[in-house]
Write a protein that binds this ligand. Structure first.
Ligand SMILES: CC(C)(COP(=O)(O)OP(=O)(O)OC[C@H]1O[C@@H](n2cnc3c(N)ncnc32)[C@H](O)[C@@H]1OP(=O)(O)O)[C@@H](O)C(=O)NCCC(=O)NCCS
Length: 202
């Protein structure tokens, strides 16, 4: 019998060099105007790329929209159902992006999904791969059995992350939604890693 316990999400995760390269810090952002400005500036600057794959950039028009997002991050964190972390580069303290873990729970469903975005200037360094590794480590070491990552089949950079980390491609969900950017349907890759597979890698 697998016992499912409620997780206590950490406010901060500092990956060590053993777990990744130890080049980043993950921190739950406080809902402040300063943090809202950071998210807002990042989304506006990267809007053209982000809106291909994510729905929120088209709904981000004012800094207040990012502030509302941070309020929902705080609520999800307090309920231990959603941990959305700012990623900072250790060397510079620069903001890089966001990596989040989301509890998915329904009848016969109990798993966590990881999602992410990163500003263009910080791409290509392996930071997001390291962030995802840190989140999955927390989840598996706290009793979670299944971690899932989903991405549009056209999103090669996103798919490369679960691929690089040894996730299994469970399959492709067909026409899961309409992508205005492509003026076409989205097909969604579903990647998973199980606790037993994470252990085998240790
Ligand atoms: C998805 C996204 C986060 C991927 O960013 P990324 O920079 O490719 O991912 P990482 O930070 O893990 O970096 C990996 C890259 O750095 C390179 N790299 C350099 N040093 C590295 C290191 N030490 N470790 C791992 N990779 C390293 C890798 O080779 C890879 O580059 P490549 O794809 O050209 O081979 C980014 O493209 C993005 O934010 N896109 C828009 C939003 C989005 O699509 N979100 C996901 C929705 S499902």
């Amino acid at each position: 019998m697998h016992e499912i316990k409620k997780l206590q999400l950490p406010k901060e995760i500092i990956p060590s060099s053993k777990e990744g390269n130890g080049r980043i810090i993950l921190r739950i952002p406080d809902a402040t105007f300063e943090n809202a400005q950071i998210v807002f500036d990042a989304v506006i600057k990267n809007k053209e790329e982000f809106r291909k794959w994510l729905p929120f950039p088209d709904k981000t028009n004012r800094v207040e929209d990012s502030f509302s997002f941070l309020l929902s991050v705080q609520k999800g964190f307090e309920q231990n159902e959603r941990g959305e972390y700012f990623i900072f580069e250790k060397d510079t303290g620069d903001f890089c992006g966001i990596a989040g873990m989301f509890h998915k729970k329904a009848v016969h469903h109990d798993y966590w999904e990881i999602g992410y975005w990163q500003i263009k200037e910080k791409c290509g360094k392996g930071y997001m791969t390291e962030a995802v590794q840190a989140l999955e480590k927390f989840l598996f070491e706290n009793g979670v059995n299944r971690v899932e990552i989903r991405n549009d089949t056209r999103n090669i950079a996103s798919a490369n992350i679960p691929k690089r980390l040894g996730y299994h491609l469970d399959g492709v969900l067909r026409q899961t939604g309409y992508a205005p950017y492509f003026n076409d349907w989205c097909n969604t890759n579903v990647w998973s890693k199980l606790k037993s597979e994470y252990r085998q890698k240790d």
